[in-house]
Design a protein around this ligand. Structure first.
Ligand code: NAD
Ligand code: FES
Length: 272
């Protein structure tokens, strides 16, 4: 069993938890994730390891479906059934001097360890961070310590500039040049960031989070088409170069799971 050592509600939909898992923590690299089961009947939940120390890992979870809502009900002192990891291929931190990082909503959580790794090697980083509103912006204070400039935007204008991250990105691309971009957030955001960057001949790394089952490359559920070839996000990713990803196929498949999620929420008695 894996004890919850700390829990912070970042906003009404998103929790940060510190979980005692020394063997996972010891081997963690930026870009790795874990698969969690809340109890012995629980679904498997893949979550990026945001930070780790000698004894624990930090995860951030959006209470969006049945299982993540069950996770959200757990408190400090409670234990989780399984924490399997570290899984996935660690992010390939490239030797670049300048980077523009783009975070969309809860995508800021998987972005943080990568931005930190670039900071640690001396890369100068501009961060664009966007969310639906002020309450849904996360990790701003932590990012402030490791980036040169931070550009905040919200869909409703409640903090920073009003509009999507791509609006700010386009302005920056006209003013400055970067060696690399990383974008993590909703699929549509990553698709639009990749397409915009292509116009400026700027390569973009993204992180994909399709539904995972086994997390070991056996079930095929997390497959993604890149340049006409099939990859599995769990064992080949979750980070990939964005240019040739078939985002439309991924978004089509995500619609199916949104329907499943709706059914689960009805089972939980929510009228959404
Ligand atoms: P959200 O839907 O509120 O969007 C966050 C931001 O993304 C917006 O504020 C906007 O700036 C940008 N965005 C949204 N639509 C856009 C568009 N059409 N064009 C350009 N920019 C756009 O985000 P949320 O509710 O926090 O959801 C986060 C999403 O990120 C979820 O869909 C989740 O599956 C995904 N996610 C991805 C990863 C990953 O590793 N890739 C990890 C966690 C979450
Ligand atoms: Fe089964 Fe990736 S989760 S192949």
């Amino acid at each position: 069993m894996y004890k919850i050592l700390d829990k912070v509600e970042l906003n009404k939909d998103v929790d940060l938890m510190v979980i005692e898992a020394p063997l996972v923590a010891k081997n963690t690299k930026p870009g790795n994730f874990v698969i969690i089961r809340v109890d012995n009947m629980g679904e498997r939940i893949p979550l990026t390891i945001v930070e780790s120390d000698a004894n624990s890992i930090t995860i951030i979870s959006q209470k969006i479906g049945y299982s993540t809502k069950m996770l959200g009900k757990k408190n400090i002192g409670d234990s989780l059934e399984d924490v399997v990891g570290p899984l996935g291929v660690p992010a390939h931190i490239k030797p670049v001097k300048t980077l523009v990082a783009v975070a969309g909503g809860v995508g800021a959580a998987p972005l943080y360890p990568q931005v930190k790794a670039y900071f640690d090697q001396g890369t100068k980083i501009d961060l664009i961070i966007g969310a639906s509103n002020k309450e849904h912006l996360i990790l701003i204070d932590k990012f402030k310590d490791i980036v040169e400039n931070i550009y905040i935007c919200t869909d409703d204008g409640s903090m920073g500039e009003k509009g999507f991250v791509t609006k700010v990105l386009e302005r920056l691309l006209n003013e400055k040049s970067y060696e690399l971009a990383i974008a993590i957030g909703p699929l549509i955001m990553m698709k639009n960031v990749v397409n915009l960057n292509k116009n400026y001949k700027l390569k973009t790394d993204v992180s994909l989070n399709p539904i995972m089952i086994d997390g070991t490359g056996m079930c095929g559920n997390c497959r993604v088409s890149i340049g006409g070839k099939t990859f599995f996000a769990c064992v080949d990713g979750p980070d990939f170069p964005g240019e040739e990803i078939d985002f439309d196929e991924l978004m089509e498949r995500q619609k199916y799971y949104k329907h499943e999620e709706h059914i689960c929420n009805l089972m939980l008695g929510e009228k959404k």
